[in-house]
Structure formats: C-alpha cells, structure tokens
Design a protein around this ligand. Structure first.
Ligand SMILES: Cc1cc2nc3c(=O)[nH]c(=O)nc-3n(C[C@H](O)[C@H](O)[C@H](O)COP(=O)(O)OP(=O)(O)OC[C@H]3O[C@@H](n4cnc5c(N)ncnc54)[C@H](O)[C@@H]3O)c2cc1C
Ligand code: SF4
Length: 495
C-alpha cells in the first residue's frame, strides 16, 4: 500500500508556472503563462494530501472534486482527470486560467497552512489544455425531448445553462448581441490571459451538443423576452446578459476626448481588433501616457492592453492600498513586472482639459484608510490639501459596471433596487418560464460564479419543464413500479 503523504513528505515548494519574460510579453498579445509541462503537473499533483475532509471542494463555488481529479493526474489517467473535472465544471481550460483560486479552493487548501497551497488552478488548466489538444469532449447520447429553450447572452452563465439543457434533450438556441459568442471571456479578458482558441474550443464543444448560436441578435430590440415565449415559441428562457454597462466617475472632464471606460477599450481592442488597426477598421485613442482608474481584474487588463498597444507610461490610480485591490494577486504582479506604475491611495477629482477638448492630465488627491465600511474593506478618506496634477492623455475608468437597462426597459420583468433582474432562490424571474443568472442577477462577479448560476438555473428549468436528469435518479428506488433510473424523461448514455 502507498505510504500516506504528509506535509513533510511532499515537495515543499509550489511548482512554478513557466512564463514569457516580462519585457518580451509586454509588447505582444501572446499568452503570458505557457502552462505546466507533464513533469511539472506530476510534481504538483504529488503535493496534494488527498484530505478526507476536502476543504478545497467546499472552497470551490461549483464543488469540483479537486482531490479526485488531482489523484487521476498522479495516476497518469488524464482522461479520467478530465472526466472528473467536467462532471461539475464545463470550462476547465478557462477556469484554470482566470478563477481567483487564492480566494477559493487554494485559499483553504490544507497544504497552505504550512507551505504554499497546491496549485489547483494550474493543474486544472493543464488537464483542460490537454483535452483541447486531444479533442476530448464528453458528448453524451441524448434522447431529444419536445422542449425548446432560448438563452440570452453567451457568457459563462449562458454557456453553462445551454450545455445542461442540451444534455437534457432540449433544442437550445443562444442569442448573442455581439458578432462572436463568449461574453466577457471574448470581449473583455485579453488573449494574453485567455487565448481566443480556448474559447473557440469550448464553443465548439457546445455546438457538438447541438446548441445553436445566433449572433448579432440584440434581445430587447429585435424581440422581447415575452415574445420569446409567446411568439417564438420557447418553452423556457434563460437570461445571462451580464453587467457590462460602464460606470463613470461623474467628475469634471468626464466627457473630454480621451476618457473612456475599460469595457470600451477592451472591446475595441479584443473583439473589434483595434490592435490590428488599420487592417481592422476600429480606431482607439492613441495614449502616450494612460491613467487607468481602479485596481480590479478589468483595470489590470486595461493597463496591460495599453502597454501592448504602445503606450509609453501606464499608471494605475486606486483610492485604497494594494491590500484592498480586488484584482487577482497574479494579475497585479504581472502588471507590475510589465512596467505599470501603481499609485495607491490616490483618487481623481477632475480630468484636465488641454483647451481643445482633449485630456491633458488628471487632478488627484491623496487618501488614507479609515475604519472598515459595509464591504469590510477600510474606507478611503481624503487627506486635506493634498491635491496634485499629473500629465496623461488618456484616462480609462475601470471602477465597476452596472446592469444594461435594456432588459428592464423592454420587458415587464421585476428588477431589484439596483436595476439587476430579481430572482428567487431557484433563479426564476417574475415571468413564468423565465430564469436568470450570472452578473445580471448578482452584479459583477466571477466566471465560475456565473457558470454555477447557469447550472443552477438549468436545474430549476428542468424541474419547471418536468425533465429529470439521469443524475436525479442516483438515490435509486422505484416509482409506480418502475426503476427510477429507467424512468427518466431523458436517457443519457456516454458515447
Ligand atoms: C475585463 C474583465 C476581466 C475579468 N477578469 C476576470 C477574471 O480574471 N476571473 C474571473 O473569474 N472573472 C473575471 N471577470 C468577471 C467575469 O468575466 C464575469 O463575472 C462573467 O463573465 C459574467 O458572466 P455572465 O455570463 O453573467 O456575463 P457576460 O460574460 O458579461 O456575458 C453576457 C453576454 O450577453 C450578451 N448580451 C448582453 N445583452 C444582450 C442582449 N440584450 N441580447 C443578447 N445578448 C446580450 C453580451 O454581449 C455578453 O456576450 C472579468 C470581467 C471583465 C469585464
Ligand atoms: S485541501 Fe489541498 S491538499 Fe487537501 S485535498 Fe484539497 S488540494 Fe489536496
């Protein structure tokens, strides 16, 4: 029998992730982290103690069987590891790259009590990437049912809901406003963090399940949610339209040329290919000195994109300190390595005009931190008489987003006080047969939370339609003398 592992017997240091050198990568859009090699993955998998109480599983928003998939890596059963991961997580190659693991599974990993935690995300990405390379996909045999499901929005919430409903035998159509599917994964997160090929592969997997994508379709303008049920004949609808409506600072100078939101900058660069201008006809204001306000993932992406677009100086302006920055630790570290200049405890009060309607600088004040506010983070307080100006020609706001009002304006659905769609705990909205989840319900959150919401909504939708999953019969037993496993409305057989 294999000897039981302890913290003393496992490799003591976390296996580093191979990365491109900062000076080289800051000039192009190639992926920064190049991924574990087989020997790296085996070494890191060895660090997992296979804890009986599985704290990491509880730390994962969708409850991935983390010790299970890591054990299979150790056993060199990579297909088994992929199957274990995809039991709960539709997008391992995506989540392995972008999930904030330090606040989730890795944040509660037992090894982390004495050493650096097991690099769960890096192992997840390793398996996800091999699956893409090898063309692995779990397409079950699905017996069609007569229901048609419409999904609005093709981000992680919509993708997860679409996959589960397609597996339940429904005919699924996803409507997407942009010309390419993927949501923030496509238009927001840049290629150097999440290459387009990874998103393409995941979308292809959905198509293999029979999911249809209708892009260039702005729901609420072409047709309403109510019309999806009454006129287009969908039996159920899921809304996963995200929260992409930018917040501006509302300070003097907000409307000068050269002020833009991070979402606009990123969408223009990533989805509309402004980075390949003039080959692609999407302009962007060329900033020699760019000031990005905010310190979340979106801010880090906007700054690192600006560097790659050729800006000489990129500043991060944030009113709290580094400790409170909401971005993933790794993103702040990468931005710093690439040359972003951080100005912590600094808040803008006005954007300055060059006299011709263009940005010439930013007026800021120094901040200090007071008592924690409602969010638990220490409240920033202005230091008196601390105003100062500094030069820049582009200002990018990355201070959060809101719900796009289009859903509320065009449908009778109930919204909550902040304008997000109101749902009950089953993610049902106030309209019969209409469910919602992801950022449009919770406000800006994370990829894995959106995916988890899509799956929860799919479960509720199946109940609403009277569909039973193979998984729902796992407790066994009989109903009207028929084995429950045989009683499913859908019979799913692994291909
Ligand atoms: C720049 C950036 C970086 C981020 N980095 C990370 C990260 O590193 N890790 C992490 O976990 N999270 C990150 N996030 C957050 C994460 O991406 C989101 O929480 C997640 O994508 C939300 O998923 P969603 O499916 O709810 O919505 P979205 O991903 O926003 O997708 C919604 C889709 O619906 C479409 N849509 C909107 N309105 C309509 C309509 N009326 N009709 C049809 N389609 C419509 C949109 O075009 C979009 O494609 C980041 C967010 C941004 C903006
Ligand atoms: S908590 Fe860490 S060591 Fe324990 S099973 Fe999970 S990943 Fe492995």
């Amino acid at each position: 029998m294999a000897k039981k592992k302890t913290v003393r017997t496992i490799p003591q240091t976390r296996t580093p992730m191979p990365e491109r050198p900062a000076q080289v990568r800051a000039k192009n859009f190639s992926e920064v982290a190049t991924g574990y090699r087989p020997e790296d993955a085996l070494r890191e998998a060895e660090r997992c103690l296979q804890c009986a109480d599985e704290p990491c599983v509880r730390g994962c928003p969708v409850g991935v069987d983390i010790p299970g998939f890591i054990r299979r890596i150790e056993e060199r059963d990579l297909r088994g590891a992929y199957d274990t991961l995809t039991d709960t997580n539709l997008l391992p190659a995506v989540c392995g790259r972008v999930c904030p693991q330090e606040n989730q599974c890795e944040g509660v990993c037992t090894v982390g009590d004495s050493l650096e935690p097991v690099a769960i995300g890096r192992l997840e990405r390793y398996v996800g990437d091999i699956a893409i390379r090898e063309g692995w996909v779990n397409v079950p045999y699905v017996e069609p049912v007569r229901y048609r499901v419409g999904i609005v929005g093709s981000g992680p919430a919509g993708m997860a809901c679409a996959a589960d409903m397609a597996k339940a035998g429904c005919e699924v159509t996803v409507y997407e406003a942009f010309h390419q599917p993927g949501g923030v994964l496509r238009y927001g997160i840049p290629d150097f963090r999440l290459p387009n090929e990874v998103i393409d592969a995941e979308i292809e997997n959905l198509k293999k399940l029979g999911v249809r994508f209708e892009c260039n379709t702005l729901v609420g303008r072409l047709f309403t949610i109510e019309q999806m049920i009454t006129t287009l004949g969908f039996d159920a609808v899921f809304i996963g339209v995200g929260a992409g409506y930018p917040t501006m600072l509302n300070i003097p100078g907000d409307s000068l040329n050269g002020v833009l939101s991070a979402n606009e900058l990123l969408t223009r660069c990533n989805l509309m290919r402004a980075r390949d201008f003039p080959a692609f006809d999407t302009p962007l204001p060329a900033g020699r000195r760019v000031a990005v306000v905010g310190a979340g993932n979106t801010a880090m992406d906007a700054m690192r994109v600006s560097l790659r677009l050729g800006s000489e100086k990129v500043y991060c302006i944030y009113r709290r300190s580094r400790t409170e920055a909401p971005a993933r630790v790794e993103e702040v570290h990468h931005a710093e390595e690439e040359g972003v200049e951080f100005h912590w405890l600094t808040a803008p009060v006005a954007v300055l005009d060059d006299g011709q309607g263009n940005v010439r600088g930013l007026r800021c004040v120094r901040m200090t931190l007071g008592e924690p506010d409602k969010s638990g983070r220490r409240r920033p307080i202005v230091v008196p008489d601390s105003e100062f100006d500094f030069e820049c020609d582009v200002v990018v706001y990355a201070i959060g987003t809101n719900a796009n009002p289009i859903m509320g304006q065009t449908s009778g659905m109930k919204l909550n006080e902040w304008g997000y769609i109101a749902t009950n705990e089953s993610l049902a909205t106030s309209l019969a047969g209409v469910f919602a989840g992801g950022d449009i319900v919770t406000g800006a959150a994370t990829v894995i939370q959106a995916m988890g919401a899509g799956r929860r909504a799919a479960k509720s939708m199946k109940q609403y339609l009277g569909l039973r999953d193979a998984a729902d019969t796992s407790a066994g037993g009989t109903l009207f003398g028929i084995e429950l496993a045989e009683h499913g409305f859908t019979r799913v057989r692994a291909a």
